[in-house]
Ligand binder design. Structure first.
Ligand code: ADP
Ligand code: MG
Length: 309
């Protein structure tokens, strides 16, 4: 692009809260033919609310129970209280929702003695009541707790688009919690505008397959373009896989765990309300929290590069 086109495009973008970092970014944005959205905090608001607390009884033929509480003693209050105490040490939006939900229900939440966050999977904490694990079923399995009695409950909640997680105390499954997040109001319109231009739209998330598909369906992303259960360190590989057949992908994300994927993409786009790490890794920053600004970024680059030569 000529310096004039770059200046004009950059200025018009800035007026819309779309910050292009450097001159050749406008051209790359013009040439994008795939957009990969992170789910939480990008297509959804990232403000989670605790929606469900379900005690799950172990199967009748299950292993011997060695912990203090017998199955009858496990109440929703106990389940939530145990989980909230573990999550009190985490800053993940899921953790904040669990702690807030517990406090709203009149539960006193104390800080755990020692917390270990397992990136993309959950948390494990040592508490007064024992060792607590909150997170994906595979995380419980890693600590030798069988999550299978929770399977059906989790599947039902996930089909509603909620994120469900298991809660275990010592070596025993207590039950399931779910949190929900709202899709941003313009997410669906942004996806359809991109598809109308012939841009392939993908969803990439650490969340589970069922929840990801429910959200994808709500905004009009095809199920075959959903990559779920992607660990933070795998997100950039997933972008590279999408780019393998010569696609030029724009990755849109907000989190620390999106930064490598933003860097790997042909164009990285950070949501301005997201983390500094994401903004640093990105080529474009969207100051507003609006997915339609992805489309506006493309309009600005195409418009100015076409007119000014
Ligand atoms: P995303 O890619 O959607 O931003 P993350 O990689 O942060 O998500 O987390 C992926 C999944 O790991 C969550 O959907 C959840 O199942 C689990 N998880 C992560 N952190 C926690 C936590 N603090 N408590 C419970 N589960 C968690
Ligand atoms: Mg995110």
């Amino acid at each position: 692009a000529t310096p004039a086109a770059t200046m004009v495009g950059t200025a018009i973008g800035a007026n819309h809260g779309v910050l292009f970092e450097g001159g050749d970014v406008l051209e790359r944005v013009r040439d994008v033919d795939a957009v990969v959205f992170d789910k939480t905090g990008t297509l959804t608001k990232g403000e989670m609310t605790l929606t469900d607390v379900r005690v799950v009884s172990p199967m009748a033929d299950g292993a011997e129970l060695e912990s203090a509480e017998s199955p009858e003693d496990v109440t929703e209050e106990l389940l939530l209280s145990v989980a909230a105490t573990a999550e009190a040490g985490s800053e993940h939006p899921i953790a904040e929702a669990v702690v807030a939900g517990a406090r709203e229900r009149g539960i006193d939440v104390t800080d755990p003695a020692a917390l270990q966050s397992v990136s993309g999977k959950g948390v494990r904490a040592r508490t007064d009541r024992g060792d607590v694990v909150v997170g994906k079923p595979e995380l419980l399995a890693e600590y030798d707790v069988d999550p299978s009695p929770a399977e059906d409950v989790m599947a039902d909640l996930e089909r509603e688009g909620k994120t469900a997680m298991c809660v275990a105390l010592d070596d025993r499954l207590l039950g399931v919690l779910a949190v929900a997040d709202e899709v941003k109001p313009t997410a669906k319109e942004a996806v359809s505008a991109l598809r109308d231009r012939g841009v392939a739209v993908h969803l990439l998330t650490g969340d589970n397959e069922r929840t990801a598909r429910a959200v994808a369906e709500g905004v009009g992303i095809d199920p075959e373009h959903v990559r779920a259960g992607v660990l933070p360190e795998e997100k950039s590989d997933a972008v590279e896989a999408i780019q393998q057949d010569g696609r030029r992908a724009m990755m849109v994300g907000d989190g620390v765990n999106d930064a490598p994927a933003l860097a790997a993409a042909f164009v990285g786009v950070a949501i301005g309300s997201g983390t500094d790490v994401a903004i640093e890794a990105a080529d474009v920053t969207l100051l507003r929290d609006d997915p339609l600004d992805v489309v506006r970024a493309m309009n600005v680059s195409q418009g100015t590069l076409a007119k000014i030569r």
